[in-house]
Design a protein around this ligand. Structure first.
Ligand SMILES: Cc1cc2nc3c(=O)[nH]c(=O)nc-3n(C[C@H](O)[C@H](O)[C@H](O)COP(=O)(O)OP(=O)(O)OC[C@H]3O[C@@H](n4cnc5c(N)ncnc54)[C@H](O)[C@@H]3O)c2cc1C
Length: 556
């Protein structure tokens, strides 16, 4: 599994090196040019993965010449790369993803061979799962791997099929390809240049234009049996599933990085831009719509990412739902923040000269690849629904209980309001259960969203409390000080509770048979009055957060 990780100094050094590399080699003018020319900067991505920066070493275990970075390290690095350029970051991520089946499912011999080669030679990899007709539903894939047998022994495999939307598809040295072997889906390691293996022309994409995305075609591509990852057929989907917690966290960090990069442009711009006689940064109608809610949502996502990364690094496995919640919240928040950053720049934001226009197109991909937002909603909702049933409705009541306890020791982080949200969620889910409403996919998916809000609110309360106690990981991001984190947590908790109480009630009523659910009784069960009462003071908190965010920029 993932190693426990780097020490703080080493992580700081890696982050600093990426920052210096970006400053020297990837100024805005170069990034805008790459975007405009729709060009994959092969030499830069190879430099980042290989000799110059060695980012690939991060996820390779030390015994194979890597640095043995953990999930927390990978999140910090992914966030930083995404803040530079999401297209280039995707080129690097593709090597992370491409090697994952080997890191997590390969035999010792396979790991030594290929991970060693990535570490030594800085090989670029690609991850070939998606097919023209199998995206979200990978199980319907058609690429096949037929056994080549001699005297009853398997001497190789012949792979045939098509892969679609493969990052680094046109440039990778090594590919992991998911194919249907006789005993089930299996990963195979295929070299570029193997006869019968070809890549298509680069896709002309909406964003991340500095990344290469290409289709792959495989026609009777022969590989030896030692290229079957893990040495046994049929493990492919489990191997892919086993790392979802980890890989989705990387894309979550991409959403976070791109979202913050957008705000990092909008905030200083609005401090300078004078309209109506004063800077935009002094206008609530501007800040409380286009800046503050996005700061809170991104930081709630960060809290969830950090908690999940810590759990993965502590050895917990199969955190697929947590990975899904982190990815869902962070990428949706990143996307919304980037959209707000265009709005914050007015007409200038709508032109290609301004980086926010590119950020918005780039970050859009994060709600699509590595599982779409809708698939995340389904994953989250299905899993937590099971928890709700198994605990007879106690799952979110218990969360509310722990948040109430947290409120006693840390009364300023909004844990009491987050607890109201958790109780409202329990009531919404229970009403959906007793009225058999989750047969409506729409309701199930909307519950996925509300669950993500409640769980992230809890995370942000805990993170703000840990910041107050001085017990945050030393590797944790320090962007907001303890007081601002507590304020952001109060704002987000109110938002989460309000969404669950108001929207959750509306979703249940939307799905119910006429007359079967009493709206007044449901509003009482979710505690709508208390949730609305808890909104008092939100503007004062937003004023405070806005002020501290702008002060940070002024002093930076
Ligand atoms: C730039 C780019 C890079 C990529 N890189 C890689 C890569 O390196 N390797 C790789 O293997 N793949 C890669 N992908 C593929 C990516 O992971 C898929 O595009 C994604 O999983 C969605 O699959 P799809 O495009 O087939 O959409 P579909 O699965 O057809 O989905 C279309 C829409 O329907 C929704 N939907 C799907 N199923 C359901 C359902 N059951 N219920 C309700 N709604 C549903 C989706 O949320 C989406 O909104 C990349 C894609 C892009 C665009």
């Amino acid at each position: 599994m993932v190693a426990a990780g780097l020490d703080q100094d080493t992580l700081d050094m890696v982050l600093e090196s990426i920052g210096m590399f970006a400053e020297g080699r990837l100024p805005d003018s170069v990034l805008l040019e790459l975007d405009h020319e729709d060009r994959f900067p092969e030499e830069i991505v190879r430099g980042m993965c290989g000799d110059e920066l060695g980012v690939s070493l991060l996820f390779i275990p030390e015994e194979y010449g890597g640095m043995g970075g953990g999930s927390f390290d990978v999140y910090r690095v992914c966030e930083q790369m995404a803040a530079v350029d999401l297209g280039i970051a995707t080129g690097v991520l593709a090597t992370f993803l491409g090697s994952d089946p080997i890191v997590f499912g390969g035999t010792e011999e396979q790991q030594a061979r290929w991970l060693g080669a990535i570490a030594e030679e800085g090989l670029l990899m690609a991850y070939g799962a998606t097919e023209p007709e199998a995206g979200s539903d990978l199980a319907s894939m058609k690429t096949i791997a037929e056994r080549i047998e001699e005297d009853g022994a398997i001497v190789g495999y012949k792979i045939s099929g098509n892969k679609q939307w493969i990052s680094n598809g046109g440039y990778a040295d090594l590919y992991t390809i998911l194919a249907l072997a006789p005993d089930g889906p299996s990963w195979f390691v295929v070299d570029r240049g193997t006869p019968g293996f070809d890549s298509g022309k680069p896709e002309d994409k909406h964003g991340i234009r500095a990344s290469n995305t290409a289709a792959l075609s495989l026609m009777d591509v022969e590989v030896t049996p030692d290229r079957l990852v893990g040495g046994a057929e049929g493990l492919g989907l489990q191997q892919a599933q086993a790392v979802f917690g980890y890989t989705r966290l990387m894309v979550a960090a991409f959403g976070l990085g791109a979202g913050w990069a957008s705000l990092d442009r909008a905030i200083p711009y609005s401090a300078e831009r004078i309209q109506g006689g004063s800077p935009l940064s002094e206008k609530q109608g501007f800040t409380h719509k286009l800046i503050v809610p996005h700061v809170c949502r991104l930081e709630a996502a960060r809290a969830y990412i950090e908690e999940t990364a810590e759990r993965i690094d502590a050895g917990e496995e199969m955190l697929n739902t947590e990975g899904a919640i982190a990815k869902y919240m962070a990428t949706e928040a990143g996307n919304a923040a980037a959209d707000a950053a265009i709005q914050a720049h007015g007409g200038y934001g709508y032109t290609k000269e301004y980086m926010v226009e590119k950020y918005k197109r780039d970050v859009r991909i994060t709600t699509i690849y590595e599982g779409t937002s809708e698939i995340m909603e389904m994953t989250i909702s299905r899993d937590r629904w099971q928890h709700h049933l198994k605990t007879r409705g106690g799952y979110y009541q218990d969360l509310a209980g722990t948040l109430d306890e947290l409120h006693v020791s840390h009364p300023d982080v909004g844990a009491d309001v987050a607890a109201l949200g958790a109780r409202a969620l329990a009531a919404v889910m229970e009403t959906a259960r007793t009225n058999r409403l989750t047969r409506n996919q729409h309701l199930l998916f909307r519950l996925g969203e509300l669950i993500a809000y409640v769980e992230c609110a809890g995370s942000l309360c805990r993170r703000a409390s840990r910041a107050a106690d001085g017990t945050l990981s030393p590797k944790a991001d320090q962007r907001l000080d303890q007081k601002s984190l507590a304020t952001a947590s109060r704002v987000f908790a109110r938002d989460a509770a309000r969404r669950v109480a108001q929207e959750g009630t509306a979703h249940v009523l939307t799905a119910a048979e006429p007359g079967s659910v009493d709206a007044v009784a449901l509003s009482a069960a979710v505690g709508l009055d208390r949730v609305l009462a808890a909104q008092t003071g939100a503007i004062a908190d937003m004023d405070m957060l806005s002020q501290s965010v702008y002060e940070n920029y002024a002093t930076a």
